[in-house]
Design a binder for this molecule. Structure first.
Ligand SMILES: [Zn+2]
Length: 213
């Protein structure tokens, strides 16, 4: 799967929208499960994200849904992420030497879209150079119609771990501007981590493009 050079946020956004659309209207019927389509079919309570990895002329583009039920139809082409047996133990597919492990509960956290996308990318060996761009469309529970481009704190950790592997990570904000992830480390027990997450949040919601240091 190749896309125009540079992994534009717009095309990742488009993939997310298409994925949501195709899940909804597969074979002309609306998917029944609320876990897939969200409350009232609005996507509320679900996340769909796309990632584009690029290194030279090679690019790899994937799209994931957080719900296991969304994977039932193979022709959606959604990224399942880690192998089922490894998901039980929290093992991730990041580069050799990475100490990243998914948070508990393992099955739940490794199902997050960002985790699925990175574990999928890492199946053939996680890259140690190049750039990775993600467009996250998280539609939080209880916030009708709202969409956030932010990773959760667990996924912030896996994105920082990817950066540690040597990959430049960019997140697309709501205006589809790329923001470089410089806000690391992210570890569960560290106070710095909360600060990093807060900084990232500010950066993602700023109106001006911020390319990071
Ligand atoms: Zn997450």
């Amino acid at each position: 799967m190749s896309e125009p050079s540079g992994c534009p946020c717009e095309s990742l956004d488009e993939r997310n929208k298409n994925a949501r659309g195709s899940i909804k209207t597969k074979t002309g019927k609306t998917a029944k499960s609320k876990a897939v389509t969200g409350k009232g079919g609005t996507g509320e309570g679900t996340t769909v994200s796309s990632a584009c990895y690029q290194n030279g002329s090679t690019s790899d583009v994937r799209t994931a849904h957080n719900s296991q039920k969304a994977l039932a139809n193979e022709d959606h082409g959604l990224e399942p992420g880690q192998e089922a047996d490894k998901r039980k133990t929290g093992e991730s597919n990041l580069c050799e030497g990475s100490e990243h492990k998914h948070d508990t509960p393992y099955n739940q956290k490794s199902a997050h879209t960002e985790a699925r996308l990175l574990d999928g990318l890492g199946k053939g060996g996680f890259p140690t150079s190049g750039t990775l761009t993600l467009k996250i469309d998280w539609r939080p529970n209880g916030k009708e119609g709202a969409s956030s481009p932010m990773p959760c704190r667990s996924c912030h950790k896996i994105l920082c771990a990817a950066k540690e592997c040597g990959v430049d990570v960019f997140l697309c904000d709501k205006k589809n501007e790329k923001k470089k992830l410089t806000d690391c480390p992210a570890s569960k027990d560290s106070k710095d981590s909360k600060e990093c997450y807060d900084n990232l949040e500010k950066k993602m919601h700023s109106t001006k493009p911020v390319w990071g240091a």
